[in-house]
Design a protein around this ligand. Structure first.
Ligand SMILES: [Mn+2]
Length: 317
C-alpha cells in the first residue's frame, strides 16, 4: 500500500485532476468528493469533481454540489484520476473504459478493495473515506473551509450511521471534533441527512415493511421491493437508503436483507448484520462491502435471488 504523503506529493505535481466517486453515490462519496475537491479548487488546483450518477437530493444542501459534473465524463484528458470510496473498478463502471489507462489513485476504506489503482491507499479501519480525506488534506497542507468541513461531516456521519456503527473510533470523533471546530454545526446537517424524507421515500418504506418476512428461527429478516412497487411509489434508488436497517433492527434478528428488483433483470441485495460477516457472503455472490454492511447484484429473477441469498446467509447464522 502507498502512503498519503506519496499521494499528496503526486497530486501536488500534476496539471489536471479528476476526482470521482462510485455509482449511486452515498453520503461518504459526495462528502469525500467535495471535502477534497473544494479545498483543492480554492488552492488553485485544476480539479474536476465528477459523479456518473446525479447527486442525491438529500445532499444537495451542501455548498459546492453545483460544481460536481454529472452524467458524461468531459472529453478531456486527466493526468490523474482519484477514485474515492470505490472498492473496485466496477464501482466506476460508466467511466472505466475512459479512465482505465490514466494514472489512478485509489483512496478507500472497504476491506474488499481490489487495489485497482496505480497508487492505493486503503484503510479498512477508517470509518469513512471522508476520514481519510481529512488526513490527506493535512498532508497537502490544505484547510477545509466550512463547505468542505460540512461535506466531510456528512461523509463521516452517514458512513457511521450518526456515529453508531462499530467502525466509529476515537479518530472518527477526533476528526469530527476538528470539523466542528471549523464551524460545522451538526444541527444544520443531521436533520436534513437523517430525518427529513420525501413522501415517495416513506411510501416505498411502507411497501418494504409490508413485504417483511422471517426465517423459521427468526434470525434472518428480509424485505422485497418489486420494480412495479418502485414505479408506483415514484421512488428512486436513493429513497431506499436505510430501509434494510428496519429488517436488521428487529429483536432476535441477526441478518437483515433488502431485495430490490430492477427493470434491467437484476436483483440488488442489501445485507446488514450484527455479528455475521456479510461482506464475505456478498463477495461469494459477486458483491462486496463491509463486515456488517454489504451488497451484491444478481442477474436473476426475484425468486431465484431470494433462494440463493437466503441459502448462503442461512449457512452463516
Ligand atoms: Mn464509505
Amino acid at each position: 500500500m502507498n502512503s498519503l504523503s506519496e499521494i499528496a506529493s503526486q497530486l501536488n505535481k500534476v496539471e489536471s485532476i479528476l476526482l470521482t466517486c462510485h455509482i449511486m453515490p452515498d453520503g461518504d462519496s459526495i462528502g469525500s468528493l467535495l471535502g477534497l475537491g473544494l479545498p483543492m479548487l480554492s488552492a488553485g488546483f485544476n480539479v474536476t469533481m465528477f459523479s456518473a450518477d446525479e447527486v442525491p437530493e438529500r445532499y444537495k444542501f451542501l455548498q459546492g454540489t453545483d460544481k460536481i459534473v454529472t452524467g458524461n465524463l468531459p472529453e478531456q484528458s486527466f493526468a490523474i484520476v482519484v477514485a474515492l470510496d470505490c472498492s473496485d473498478h466496477l464501482r466506476l463502471k460508466p467511466i472505466w473504459e475512459q479512465v482505465k489507462d490514466s494514472f489512478i489513485i485509489n483512496i478507500d476504506h472497504h476491506p474488499t478493495n481490489s487495489s485497482f489503482g496505480n497508487l492505493n491507499y486503503v484503510d479498512a479501519t477508517a470509518a469513512a473515506t471522508g476520514e481519510i480525506v481529512h488526513t490527506l488534506l493535512g498532508e497537502m497542507r490544505l484547510e477545509p473551509d466550512l463547505p468542505a468541513a460540512s461535506a466531510l461531516y456528512v461523509a463521516i456521519s452517514t458512513d457511521t450511521g450518526s456515529f453508531k456503527f462499530e467502525s466509529t473510533t476515537t479518530r472518527t470523533h477526533e476528526v469530527a471534533a476538528q470539523l466542528l471546530a471549523a464551524g460545522v454545526n451538526p444541527k444544520d446537517i443531521t436533520p436534513l441527512v437523517f430525518d427529513l424524507r420525501p413522501r415517495r421515500a416513506v411510501f416505498i418504506l411502507r411497501e418494504a415493511l409490508t413485504s417483511l418476512k422471517f426465517s423459521q428461527d427468526g434470525k434472518i429478516a428480509w424485505m422485497v421491493l418489486t420494480d412495479k412497487e418502485m414505479k408506483k411509489a415514484g421512488a428512486r434508488d436513493e429513497d431506499l437508503d436505510g430501509i434494510v436497517n428496519f429488517a436488521k433492527n428487529i429483536e432476535d434478528v441477526e441478518v437483515g436483507l433488502l431485495f430490490r428488483e430492477k427493470a434491467d433483470g437484476t436483483v440488488k441485495v442489501g445485507f446488514r448484520s450484527h455479528r455475521v460477516d456479510v461482506s464475505s457472503i456478498a463477495k461469494s455472490l459477486g458483491g462486496g462491502g463491509h463486515a456488517r454492511a454489504a451488497g451484491c447484484s444478481l442477474e436473476s429473477n426475484l425468486e431465484t435471488a431470494l433462494q440463493a441469498v437466503l441459502t448462503a446467509v442461512d449457512k452463516e447464522v
